[in-house]
Design a protein. Sequence first.
Length: 403
Amino acid sequence: MPTVQRTQVGIVGAGPAGLVLSHLLHLHGIESIVLENRSRHYVEERVRAGVLEQNTVDLLNQMGVGDRLKREGLVHHGVELRFNGQGHRIDFRELTGGKGITIYAQAEVLKDLNNARIATGGQVLFEVEDVSVHEMNSSRPKIRYRKDGDECEVQCDFIAGCDGFHAICRPSIPAGVLTEYERAYPFGWLGILAEAPPSSDELIYAYHERGFALLSMRSPHISRLYIQCKPDEDINDWSDEQIWCELRTRLASASGWNLTEGPVQQKGVTGMRSFVVEPMQYGNLFLAGDSAHIVPPTGAKGLNLAITDVQILARGLEQYYAKGKRERLDHYSEICLRRVWKVQRFSWWMTSMLHRFPDDSPFDRRRQLAELDYVTSSRAAAKTLAENYVGLPLDDSLSGAGK
Ligand code: FAD
Ligand code: PHB
């Protein structure tokens, strides 16, 4: 017989979606158990996203996990688009009425959240094995797992599938329920983390005939840099010097700007895809974050979108436990998908504008340059980029969700 635990919400995955959900629920007096198959160290050291929208920063502050973010986060009020060797600044502050973004690594967000969960007695179980979900369509769904060889079962009212793209929750939904929408891109990003002071105060997105490049950062001492590469690129084929050489070429500017270099601490290749499942719920199982959708990283949206999903889910669960009403939960998927598709559109647009496609024609390249010229010379176009980049306002009203 398995060891049985009872909770209100069983959460699979201790990434940003799972941990934010667990802490938001705790702040509203709702119990949860989070099950994560990796170690805490692995999750907290994994190099991933770094750009937080204002909505995300505000939420983390309201949740009481924003102290270090306030101290160490780098607030930016613009980005540069670089093409034809010229830089063009998109001024977020001026175009959005004062908004900006904050550079703070996903791994640091996770450290802050884990510390807050532990300080408030939260149950986050790392290194669990063979997680499976059952009876999602009943009022008593169950999660089974093994921990240190023991069979365990969490009995709950709801399950949140926050287990990322290579997940078990989404594939556990019976065939025929979900519709998948997908686009794979014919390129990837080769990313490095380098001990080098960032060569720019703000992010630089560069379009170059050799392919896209991005200059980002993690702190005043650490740069995060990317180059477009083949989707199946083997990182071992690239020496550090080759990577720096490619970065220097693609980021070069006529103004005599120099790229600061330093020891490479970490490097890897990330694939690029757009993916959405509809609906994002089945019975009492709710999918959130990467388990329901993936965006290519060019819009810096993956982490922010995951956090918005669970913000919407938490409000539905709060309504259920405070008032016994399922209205918000029943419309969870519709409310999320309105935003998800807008963010998909933006991420696809940024990706299409800034990357070289293997089969592109001279016409396509001229069109991309015209688009960049337009975005950086028309206030209307720049404003569209800016309002999407800093984050669209959170609309979780039921009115657009068939209500
Ligand atoms: P995740 O962060 O993936 O968290 C899911 C968690 O579930 C993980 O901790 C995983 O270990 C756990 N899990 C998985 N399966 C199981 C299971 N069977 N049982 C229990 N636990 C399980 N976004 C950007 O905006 N910019 C970037 O530069 C960027 N870089 C990225 C690089 C990589 C390699 C990847 C994979 C993603 C990147 N993203 C980036 C996207 C961004 O990091 C994600 O959108 C974000 O992490 C989504 O959060 P999440 O909580 O939904 O999923
Ligand atoms: C990052 O800093 O890792 C980063 C920044 C902007 C992006 C993607 C990734 O669009």
